[in-house]
Write a new protein. Structure first.
Lengths: 155, 155
DNA sequence: ACACAATTATGAGTAATTCATAATAAGGTG
DNA sequence: CACCTTATTATGAATTACTCATAATTGTGT
């Protein structure tokens, strides 16, 4: 009982996750709840981060099981998978809106960026060679404030 | 001498590649020229495709060497690497403009899409949390004309 | 509490790529 | 032109990030 965070908040979140899982025809398991909690608390986490976080609660969970759960939750729409170059896949619980991501090419940190227009696809490409576009994912690349400051200090 | 394509054209292209390589402080090797030719003739090719194409000319080249050459050419800016979900990295020689890509979620085919505005970054995100944006890569996902026709025929 | 399908665990396997080190070759120099 | 230096490529092994097949377990409706 050393936690300063009330268990009631967590219980409430888990109840919402449970409802969401059932709504997608999925069973409610401790593994799924723990993975959802982990990703909720560490947005853009990679699978390994999720394993570490989940093991605080379920010490014997295997890496493979976490991959299965992550894939299933992504397929059912409770998680979104983000693919960034030079990095394993990342996950987030923010799935309702079509937002984008900015990655720092120096340190790799990732920030959410709101969609330029607000709905998906938020961009209308010119000539798509007959393809019907459903989604436009934008990946901004640049330098974050910290890395810029560090680079200027080095001059 | 069964080729119907004049060797002079190829020689001219290779001379341009050679000049470009030297301009980037790189030595001109048969491996690099063959990789550049392969990617030029098969845009969006994956490493394995490049190995196959290059081996028509240099039968003993190893997969690892092709990876080294591809990485080096990408770093020096002669090639651009494209990362598409569910696919190994792809390469193209079109590096001068900031264009984007559309991938068919059914068959995986990739098409070039001109930049919405014409210069990089071609999109101005709203709030970047202090990050200075340099490039905006857009990945459109949708259904290509062929797959749409096939799906309709199946109804 | 039971049954049965959904889910997770276990152990192995794979694809794509990287790494360390040795051999080779490009290109400037004498 | 032969030589030397360093860049480049070859070789063999290793690694990362996942995936797969199958067995054990656990939710959930009845």
């Amino acid at each position: 009982m050393s936690s300063t965070v009330p268990d009631t908040e967590r219980a409430a979140r888990e109840a919402r996750w449970a409802e969401s899982l059932r709504g997608h025809g999925r069973r409610v398991t401790r593994q799924r709840l723990a993975v959802l909690e982990a990703v909720e608390h560490a947005p853009h986490a990679v699978a390994e981060d999720v394993v570490d976080a989940v093991r605080a609660e379920l010490p014997d969970i295997t890496v493979q099981s976490v991959y299965v759960v992550l894939s299933d939750l992504t397929e059912s729409g409770l998680l979104r998978r983000i693919e960034v170059p030079q990095s394993p896949a990342r996950y987030e619980t923010r799935v309702a809106d079509n937002h984008h991501h900015a990655v720092c090419s120096s340190c790799g940190r990732i920030e959410d960026v709101d969609c330029a227009v607000g709905h998906a696809p938020c961009l209308t490409p010119s000539d798509t060679h007959g393809m019907t576009i459903q989604v436009a994912d934008v990946l901004y690349q640049g330098i974050c404030a910290d890395c810029r400051t560090a680079a200027q200090a080095a001059d």
